[in-house]
Write a protein that binds this ligand. Structure first.
Ligand code: ATP
Ligand code: MG
Length: 590
């Protein structure tokens, strides 16, 4: 192979990841990246499930632990690659026995337990389309997604079924089978997953799979509007695998913990698919966030690579650094973060507290895999999302009044370095989404002049590092300036009393909008007029003209289910409007 990101041995790869960034970009092709995978025997195509399971189960890694599940009550369950092969074979055979056709959609509503991973990989091996739902969703978001995705099978627990599905079952016209997990009595209208699995063979051969065939249906987080169903194909696995090597510095001996729930694209692409294609051991934790337990887990499981999110890091940052020091985290070698802007303060905290910088990276449900990243072998610039992956072309396009790329006669124009504009990507990489399901026009509107328009505003410095400015929809227009809320939030978070901030534009007759901040205080701080004035002055010193003019204290900022601050709800709150169709939003206040 003429291009080799790993170096001659996998040990070299770990320490020398992408030190020659420019060289790797020049030499990289996706065709060569595909050679890091097996492909189906006899050149019969490419299947995500085969790359994650079959090729290890029939090789030297067959008895290696693929997934170690840490149950909420402390129980540990391990599945080796060979066991994963048998269980997912049963699931694939079960789909066949139910008459499910390849291409039909299988949904899950499950916590981070073995059945979820088996259903996902079994469906992919069978060539069904898998669509995971976050288990904390209420009935309405579940109904909306199963209906939008034409779900024919749903796998869930009896408890979740009774609470969330039974009341809306009559509305789920496409759904033919509900399979419930566990040994107990199955509710009426459902079948026992275990019974059906026991009745079929534990061997299944993956049939020829067209790499362009639909494999996954992922709904976006719904931060800026109703969630959209992004369609991904089997070929995406080439990008999952390669970006995990390059951006997460992952190699087969690693113990990898991705804290994202598989109900979101990060939890599927990097919590399941990418590490398994590399033959890594994954930690799957059923529990919710708890600072002490998380540190304990990092230490006890000897996690080497940890992929998490700014919200989780901010929660850890609320605790004194001594808590981290109580645990032996010497195995941990690489930390990455995604999903929201990573405030420079969080990178510095990582260095101080864990002795490791946090490597921010950027991507979206639509791109299916990491696009822009701070790499292990390169300087981390705190506050920057990093540089595009080899094989990914990113640019910043001139924007119009509305913050979005300016399109004239179908054409767009890149801006010089350090100028804000809409972040755009050249489509054509394997994990690029192939459509929003049943929303053709919306999909077409995402493209102009040969670029995919991401809806995010960013700038690129003279060294090629990208800096997030805000979502085009969130940007504040004040007295002729466009202000990215992230910059203001980050500055406020440098104040010792501030744990988190959400910043919006508040309508103003003179300026159009003024900057208003909602601030959550760290434990031990009490809201007062004095503190508010202090924060306003602090903001003015740091930010000058773009400083917040109004600050209110709010210990309950609204978050999406995936943990992002929902500025549109803050806006609605501020205007005294009803907070929209809250039942369909992934509000944290369920
Ligand atoms: P919706 O599209 O439904 O409004 P969403 O955009 O939040 O929801 P996702 O696809 O889960 O849904 O999130 C992708 C978005 O998250 C990006 O477009 C960007 O706005 C934000 N994001 C992801 N990573 C980063 C990062 N490293 N820095 C800043 N923002 C990020
Ligand atoms: Mg989005």
């Amino acid at each position: 192979m003429s291009w080799d990101p790993i170096g001659k041995t996998e040990t070299q790869w770990a320490s020398a990841n992408l030190t020659d960034y420019e060289g790797a970009r020049r030499k990289f092709t996706w065709e060569q990246a595909r050679e890091y995978l097996s492909g189906l025997p006899g050149g019969q195509g490419l299947n995500i499930g085969y790359e994650a399971v079959d090729r290890h189960a029939s090789g030297p890694r067959r008895d290696k632990v693929a997934i170690r599940f840490l149950g909420a009550g402390g129980a540990v369950t391990e599945l080796t690659y060979a066991m994963l092969y048998q269980l997912t074979s049963r699931f694939a055979n079960l789909l066949a026995s139910l008459g499910v056709q390849p291409g039909e959609r299988v949904f899950s509503l499950l916590g981070r337990e073995p059945d979820l991973y088996v259903a996902a990989l079994g469906t992919l091996r069978y060539q069904g389309v898998f669509s995971p739902l976050f288990a904390a969703f209420g009935p309405e978001p579940v109904r909306q997604r199963i209906t939008a995705g034409d779900g024919v099978v749903l796998v869930t627990t009896p408890r979740l079924y009774e609470a969330k599905i039974a009341p809306i079952r009559h509305l789920l016209a496409s759904l033919r089978h509900v399979l419930v997990t566990g040994q107990g009595k199955t509710p009426p209208g459902t079948s026992s997953l275990d019974d059906l699995m026991a009745a079929v063979a534990d061997h299944f051969t993956v049939a020829p799979t067209d790499p362009q065939q639909m494999a996954l249906l992922h709904f976006t987080s719904g931060t800026t509007g109703m969630p959209k169903g992004a369609v991904h194909v089997h070929e995406a696995v080439v990008a999952h695998n390669m970006t995990a090597r390059l951006a997460l510095d992952l190699h087969p001996d690693d113990i990898f913990w991705c804290t994202a729930d598989p109900g979101w694209v990060t939890g599927m692409s990097y919590g399941i698919i990418a590490p398994l294609t590399l033959g890594v051991t994954i930690i799957a934790d059923a529990g919710e966030f708890d600072a002490r337990r998380w540190y304990q887990q990092l230490a006890e499981q000897r996690v080497t690579v940890w992929y998490t999110a700014p919200t989780a890091l901010r929660m850890l940052m609320r605790h004194p650094p001594e808590l981290a020091k109580e645990h032996d985290l010497s195995r941990l070698r690489f930390i990455a973060s995604v999903g929201e802007p990573l405030n420079p303060e969080a990178v510095a905290w990582g260095q101080r507290t864990l002795g490791l910088a946090v490597h921010d990276n950027w991507w979206q449900t639509e791109t299916g895999a990491i696009m822009i990243s701070n790499f292990a072998g390169l300087e981390v610039r705190p506050g920057s999302m990093g540089r595009p992956l080899p094989g990914i072309d990113a640019t910043i396009l001139e924007r119009g009044e509305d913050g979005r790329a300016l399109i004239i006669d179908g054409q767009v124009r890149p801006v010089p370095s350090n100028v804000d504009g809409e972040l755009a990507l050249r489509p054509g990489f394997p994990s690029m989404f192939r459509g929003y399901l049943h929303e053709e026009q919306r999909y077409e509107k995402c493209f102009a002049g040969g670029w995919y328009l991401t809806g995010d505003l960013a700038r690129c410095d003279e060294d090629g590092y990208f800096w997030f400015v805000g979502r085009a929809d969130d940007v504040i227009k004040s007295a002729g300036h466009l202000i990215g809320p992230f910059e203001v939030e980050s500055a406020l978070m440098e104040h010792p009393a501030v744990a988190e901030a959400g910043v919006i534009g508040k309508p103003d007759p003179v300026a159009g909008e003024i900057v208003k901040a909602f601030v959550t205080l760290r434990t031990g701080n009490v809201p007062s007029d004095e503190l508010r004035l202090d924060l306003l002055a602090f903001g003015r010193r740091r930010l000058g003209a773009v400083a917040p003019r109004e600050i209110v204290f709010d210990q309950n900022l609204p978050h999406t289910r995936s943990g992002k601050v929902m500025r549109r709800l803050l806006k609605a709150r501020d205007l005294g409007l009803p907070e929209g169709d809250l039942s369909t939003l992934e509000s944290a206040h369920e």
